[in-house]
Write a protein of this length. Structure first.
Length: 355
């Protein structure tokens, strides 16, 4: 990517985008269902998403064991290229995981397919020294611009210190960071690191599915007393469902932030607290929080199946199923928070996306 391309990518991410983590559509035989996979990508484009993340946790890390990493990335890229209209900027993010040789191979695949950036998963580095992880991140960033990823330990991440994030912030080709430790203390660690590094060119994105609204409406202390730093958008598994409503939410948040002073001072309606609690409650059912997130991917699939965007909730691992009582929890939250759903939008577009 040339400098102008990198500058455009930074500007797009800093503007704040909804970036869904793209699920994997499978047949009952657990083979790639290309028709519904394309329909999902088209849905995200038409819903107003600013990009998609493919090959990430929601896409199922096991695609690598089934020879699907490149085909799934290629299908998403081809579909997006065909569906995005009018010169609209649409960012393609590839999940990149493993130790350095594997990660570099995946980064090179993503770059060759025209992906803009890599979301750099560190699950393979759980017991490694932080300096070794930093060296790995610097190496991958030579192949493709990088989005940092602080993933909660419950789903494969690890704890990382403020010192790590402060050093990570010095990597030139870091374009964004997805903050998803599901922990306020650690979330602040990451924000503070990028503020301390004065990396205003790096976009902060929430991955805290349990605190989406709070993250987006919190004015974090900036580099001086009169300027706040914001988490500007989200790269989320939660936003893989009800995406049209997620875009409306982010647009509304941006409108609120525009009314505030540089230091974040100004009134914010208490309804945002209520909306944040509703979204967290809904996410608890979708992500199966009560069972340590065991059913998080099937929960996403079930919402999409009910809307017709998937034919079933099949995962590559046959044992990956909805937890006991999770379907009833999904019934509850979709009834209670019907305004969070985008069923009407999906109903109107489904035949076209499947066409």
């Amino acid at each position: 990517m040339n400098f102008q391309g990198l500058a455009d990518l930074r500007a797009h991410l800093l503007d704040g985008q909804v970036i869904p983590a793209h699920p994997l559509a499978l047949t009952a035989e657990r083979r790639l269902d290309e028709r519904h996979q394309r329909a999902l990508t088209r849905y995200y484009v038409d819903a107003g998403a600013g990009g998609i993340a493919v090959g990430v946790h929601t896409t199922q890390f096991a695609i690598r064991d089934h020879g699907l990493y490149r085909p799934v990335l290629e299908l998403a890229r081809e579909t997006a290229a065909d569906w995005v209209r009018g010169g609209r900027r649409f960012t393609l993010v590839a999940g990149v995981v493993g130790r350095t040789p594997q990660a570099m191979g995946e980064a090179e695949v993503a770059a060759s397919l025209g992906y803009d950036a890599a979301l750099l998963g560190l699950g393979a580095w759980r017991d490694a020294d932080e300096d070794a992880i930093l060296a790995h991140c610097r190496t991958v960033a030579e192949a493709i611009p990088v989005i940092g990823f602080y993933l909660q330990p419950a789903v494969g991440g690890r704890t990382l210190s403020h010192r790590f994030w402060r050093a990570f912030a010095e990597i030139e080709r870091v374009v964004a960071v997805k903050i998803a430790p599901f922990d306020r203390y650690r979330t602040i660690d990451v924000v503070r690191a990028f503020v301390d590094a004065r990396r205003d060119d790096v976009a902060l994105y929430t991955g805290n599915d349990d605190a989406i609204v709070a993250d987006l409406l919190t004015p974090f202390e900036g580099t001086d007393a009169t300027r706040s730093r914001w988490i500007v958008g989200g790269l989320l598994g939660q936003w893989a469902v009800w995406t049209a409503r997620a875009v409306q939410l982010l647009d509304s948040v941006k409108a609120v932030r525009a009314t505030l002073a540089d230091d974040g001072e100004g009134p914010i309606d208490a309804r945002w607290l209520r909306e944040g609690a509703a979204l967290t409650d809904a996410n608890g059912a979708i992500f199966d929080a009560r069972n340590a997130f065991a059913g998080c991917i099937p929960g996403i699939h079930e919402i999409l199946r009910r809307q017709g965007l998937l034919r079933g909730i099949w995962c590559l691992d046959p044992d990956e199923q909805l937890s006991a009582g999770q379907s009833e929890e999904l019934d509850r939250v979709t009834r209670r928070y019907a305004w969070l759903t985008d069923d009407d939008f999906v109903r109107d577009g489904l035949s076209r996306w499947l066409g």
